[in-house]
Design a protein around this ligand. Structure first.
Ligand code: GUN
Length: 295
């Protein structure tokens, strides 16, 4: 029987520790961490994510600053807003929801964010720091995946990890984190030859491609741990809308040792890790010790 990795419960536990950290920061240092979330345009999925991020920020006692800008916003206007947020002392974390409209260069925007407030960990300096193994703000979805893996596997050392997907925000940073944990890491992608047989080598298989149910049960080594990062909205054969991952859960869960469900796996961990990053960023900016519950 495969274990179902309960991301919802683990995220709830992490959030409750972050709530305690916020209350300690307030009681001992009179500090209330603040997170600014910027949404440009009307992308329906982004609207849901941003709302959820703002709600959970407030729920653990932090300050939330929401900025919703029209689809037609110019790159220069967005840069100006970020520069204002960079200089606001009440704002300790800045997140610009991706994707951005086509007229805006995402790379310029991400690198305008003050590196110490870059709670997404997407700034080129944080990316570089992660790749050389020094202290950085770590992207939230990869950080969430690592927590789920550590809960499931006692020692990651020497495990074969295959990551399907090479994005800057998920695939590449997960690879860096797993290298740091002494895994042997393969990054596979759409041009990888014989992808099923590459996946079958994996003790740890991470699917982050954005293709609904692409990874089938016969791609999975018996007993492997499978982490499904995908969140895809599809219409099933009976005409009902549902969320599925990048893994074909019904067939894969017959083979896996442990697997994350969709929904309820990686998704909830991402926002919990964002709250954690905001607290870490706040403590670094204010030069106070990170409350122990945060680590
Ligand atoms: N869009 C999809 N995932 C993310 C994320 O983790 N951060 C941001 N800023 N945008 C996203």
């Amino acid at each position: 029987m495969s274990t179902v990795i309960d991301g919802k419960a683990l995220a709830e536990a992490l959030r409750s520790r972050m709530k305690q950290a916020v209350s300690e920061l307030q009681a001992e240092h009179d500090i209330v961490p603040g997170l600014a979330v910027v949404l440009v345009g009307e992308n329906p999925a982004s609207q849901i994510y941003v709302k959820s991020k703002a709600r959970q920020t407030v729920e653990i006692g932090m300050q939330s600053f929401e900025h919703r800008l029209p689809e037609s916003t110019s790159e220069d206007d967005l840069v100006q807003l970020i520069e204002e947020l960079n200089h606001k002392p009440q704002v300790n974390g800045i997140l610009v929801q991706l994707p951005l409209p086509a007229q805006i260069n995402s790379e310029r925007i991400i690198n305008t964010i003050n590196v110490n407030k870059d709670v997404d960990g997407f700034h080129v300096e944080n990316t570089g720091r992660l790749s050389i193994g020094s202290d950085s703000l770590i992207p939230c979805t990869p950080a969430g995946c690592l927590i789920l893996l550590k809960q499931t596997i006692d020692d990651l050392t020497g495990k074969n990890a295959v990551i399907v997907g090479r994005s800057n925000i998920v695939g590449k940073p997960i690879a860096q984190l797993l290298l740091k944990e002494h895994c042997t890491v393969t990054i596979a992608h759409s041009r990888t030859r014989d992808l099923p047989s590459v996946c079958r080598q994996a003790d740890i298989l991470i699917a982050a491609v954005g293709v609904p149910e692409m990874v089938k049960g016969d791609w999975v080594k018996p007993g492997a741990t499978v982490i499904d990062v995908g969140i895809n909205r599809i219409t099933d054969s009976s005409g009902k809308n549902k969320l599925v991952g990048d893994v074909h859960y019904a067939s894969a869960s017959q083979v896996t040792g442990a697997i994350t469900p969709v929904p309820g796996g990686v998704g909830p961990m991402t926002i919990a890790c964002l709250l954690q990053n905001t607290i870490i960023a706040t403590c670094r900016q204010r030069r106070v010790k990170l409350p122990e519950v945060t680590t």
